[in-house]
Design a binder for this molecule. Structure first.
Ligand SMILES: C[S@@+](CC[C@H](N)C(=O)[O-])C[C@H]1O[C@@H](n2cnc3c(N)ncnc32)[C@H](O)[C@@H]1O
Length: 257
């Protein structure tokens, strides 16, 4: 089986430019086997051929390995802490805010940031970049159209203020979809942004191997200006922040020293 995975990982890197070797093996292999069985393939050589040939199977595979679960204001209390730090510190320290939402999935996260900035009259001060490895998610994010079930982190007044109803769906305000620049970026292969004041990267490094995760935090730290903030997921505490030139300023929020 190990050889089969070796073969398959090489195939995925060559054909789809995704390096699965950086992700935790047990979880990743479980996900691959489960999506492979759904396709009807009985081994990885067969599955690779199907991925090459059949777009639907290829999309299902990418979805399964990238895990796109997200929501607006995921872990609300942590977003409140972030808001507090942005309003009372970050926006006072810096005249402009360069914000990077890395691994942004369907856009709920960068649009949550837009809502937060807008209600504090800070949107004009911000430049917002949102990136993900998954092109399909980026297309959805750019369109900014969501089902009611995808807006569960928002109350009715926010839905009314920031969305237009289109049939059963909700379209995010043009002001926000034009404000956020969406771009493909692989955290494991591509160059990182520079001079960021805030980086939000949540619920993706949990899938990376420990040394890979450390490398990602090191690069985020290098991407931040001194005094900038890194906001990570609820289950992703950094145990040795000083090693990366960071200090903890709130749960899951770190400041570049
Ligand atoms: C679980 S979602 C998290 C979305 C959002 N940050 C949140 O916390 O709600 C993980 C996202 O990471 C993206 N992803 C996975 N591997 C990646 C990589 N190597 N580089 C960039 N994005 C990646 C996936 O496509 C997916 O959209």
């Amino acid at each position: 089986m190990e050889n089969e995975f070796d073969y398959f990982y090489d195939f995925v890197y060559r054909e789809l430019n995704i390096n699965l070797r950086y992700y935790k093996d047990t979880q990743m292999q479980r996900r691959i086997l489960s999506v492979m069985r759904k396709s009807g393939a009985t081994n990885m050589v067969e599955y690779s051929k199907l991925i090459n040939k059949d777009e639907k199977i290829r999309k299902e595979f990418i979805d399964q390995v990238t895990i796109n679960v997200t929501e607006f204001f995921r872990n609300k209390d942590m977003f409140e802490q972030l808001e507090n730090l942005i309003v009372k510190e970050l926006s006072l320290k810096f005249s402009k805010l360069k914000i990077w939402s890395a691994a942004c999935s369907n856009g709920s996260e960068p649009y949550s940031i837009c809502i937060m900035l807008d209600r504090n009259n800070l949107l004009n001060k911000a430049e917002i970049l949102a990136t993900d490895i998954d092109n399909e998610m980026l297309t959805k994010a750019k369109k900014g159209i969501y089902k009611e079930s995808e807006l569960k982190g928002l109350d009715d007044s926010q839905k009314k203020k920031y969305f237009t109803k289109e049939g059963e769906d909700y379209r995010i305000s043009d002001i926000f979809s034009k404000k956020v620049i969406f771009k493909k970026h692989d955290l494991l292969l591509d160059k990182y942004e520079k001079d960021c004041h805030l980086i939000i990267c949540r619920n993706v490094t949990i899938y990376f191997k420990p040394d890979v995760k450390d490398e990602v935090y090191k690069k985020f730290s290098e991407s931040l200006v001194s005094g900038g903030l890194l906001f990570i997921g609820a289950t992703e505490g950094i145990y040795n922040p000083r090693e990366f030139g960071l200090k903890k300023v709130a749960t899951c929020i770190y400041e570049k020293m």
